[in-house]
Write a protein that binds this ligand. Structure first.
Ligand code: ADP
Length: 426
């Protein structure tokens, strides 16, 4: 499983985990709301008991209604009962509101022998999910009917009521969770879109470079034929053409090499060998070039042999690219390039130091990026495509090595490569 899939998996698991945690919090919240509701109901029950214990306007009216006595009022007994039902409902509602309970309810007053005395018109029937609070009445009303009376408060859909109370927490949690998902999905879409764009651009550049190979080869052959035919005439012009064709060929090869490393189609084969002779030859060639350009070149190669598991040609190319850059980005006066190679902690260390134009601090992290070129100052004078160091980095990574850069603008740069040595052929 690749790293991207692992990240997506971690993200999905985290979102599911977060949802479960939120759900558990919601359940705990609901339980707490229920406990709090019960505590409030305890207070309400006491208040109701006290309110109905003594004779007062309400208990007097209810008393008349439950004893079917309309002698006091000039009204039918039905009207007295209706009025008392609504007054009682308002009394209960008021007591509930005093404790902050604002939900639908109904009530019934019945005797212990199951005779119903007063029933609010709105009835919830015999639903099992009903929450019932039976309140045994004392004092005036039970004395009136000479029976134990119970006032039962009934609540329905309390979960909805609790959820509504918790909405302050649940709705923002859901919104934030959805926002996280939306942002991550957007980022992933953007990432895949960008990856497709990079792949398409790379494919286009690689195809174009391939197409350029044939004309470049033909120009090379034609120049050779022209040189033979003219027999030394126009040598200078032919030399320029050959020079430029060679440069173009080198750049095309670099692009194609990079493409082959990136696609891994062209499997690079490593073999265990002593890299030191190759390194010495490379230094020797470079020394001659440096002498031609009046650059002081100091090389120090320590240690008997450098046994590496490597692809020799690519590794040579990579080191040459750094040396080439040291030559390209040199300052005009007292140009000096130092090369050193030695063994340290089972690693081959190669250092290439120049006193050239240097690289600014902000550009150092970018120089290994494909197509990156420092875009200011004298660097414009030097031609290039920003492929060299990207190639170097890929080759060093392919050899499980490391490359770091120390550089200061106008003072110079030092590239340090570290490659694991093969110890006892292992
Ligand atoms: P190119 O040389 O083709 O531009 P590279 O990938 O080799 O591409 O280098 C990337 C950039 O890093 C160059 O454009 C240059 O600005 C900077 N650079 C590389 N080597 C050196 C160096 N030795 N001294 C100063 N700048 C360097």
């Amino acid at each position: 499983m690749n790293i991207k899939k692992i990240f997506i998996l971690i993200f999905i698991v985290s979102i599911i985990g977060l949802t479960i945690v939120q759900y558990q919090y919601l359940k705990i919240g609901l339980n707490l709301a229920q406990v709090q509701f019960n505590q409030k109901m305890g207070l309400v029950v006491n208040e109701i008991k006290l309110g109905l214990e003594q004779p007062n306007q309400l208990t007097f009216l209810v008393g008349k209604a439950i004893t079917n006595d309309n002698t006091y009022f000039k009204l039918s007994i039905d009207s007295v009962q209706d009025a008392s039902k609504y007054f009682m409902h308002d009394f209960l509602k008021d007591k509930l509101l005093q404790q902050g309970i604002k939900t639908d309810f109904t009530y019934i007053i019945y005797a212990r022998d199951s005779t119903d005395y007063l029933k609010f018109p709105q009835s919830y029937g015999n639903d099992d999910s009903l929450l019932r609070y039976p309140i045994p009445l004392e004092g005036y009303l039970p004395n009136l009917v000479e029976k134990g009376l119970i006032l039962e408060l009934q609540f329905k859909n309390l979960h909805k009521y609790f959820l509504f109370q918790l909405n302050v927490l649940t709705i923002p949690s859901i919104i934030f969770l959805l926002a996280i998902c939306a942002v991550i999905f957007w980022a992933l879409r953007f990432f895949y879109w960008q990856r497709n764009l990079i792949t398409t651009t790379n494919e286009f550049i690689n195809n174009l470079t391939h197409e350029l190979k044939t004309p470049v080869f033909s120009i090379g052959v034609a120049t050779k034929i022209l040189q033979d035919k003219t027999g030394g005439e126009h040598e200078e012009i032919i030399h320029i053409i050959r020079d430029q064709v060679n440069k173009l060929k080198n750049q095309i090869d670099k692009v194609l090499e990079l493409a082959s490393i990136e696609s891994k189609k062209n499997f690079i084969k490593k073999s265990v060998l002593d890299f030191k002779p190759f390194l010495l030859k490379l230094i020797n060639d470079f020394e001659q070039l440096a002498r031609l350009e009046n650059i002081e070149f100091v090389a120090e190669v320590q240690g008997e042999n450098y046994i590496l598991n490597c692809e020799c040609a690519h590794l040579e190319n990579a080191i040459s690219s750094i040396l080439e850059n040291a030559k390209k980005y040199i300052s005009k006066k007292n140009a000096k390039i130092c090369f050193s190679a030695y063994k340290e902690n089972n690693h081959l260390i190669i250092k290439i130091k120049d006193n050239g134009i240097g690289i600014s601090e902000k550009d150092i992290p970018k120089i290994f990026e494909k197509y990156f070129r420092v875009s200011s100052g004298d660097v414009h004078n030097v031609k290039g495509y920003g492929l060299g160091l990207n190639y170097v980095k890929k080759i060093i990574n392919f050899h499980k090595g490391k490359i770091i850069v120390h550089s200061k603008l106008h003072e110079g740069s030092e590239f340090i490569i570290s490659l694991p040595l093969k110890v006892n052929g292992k």
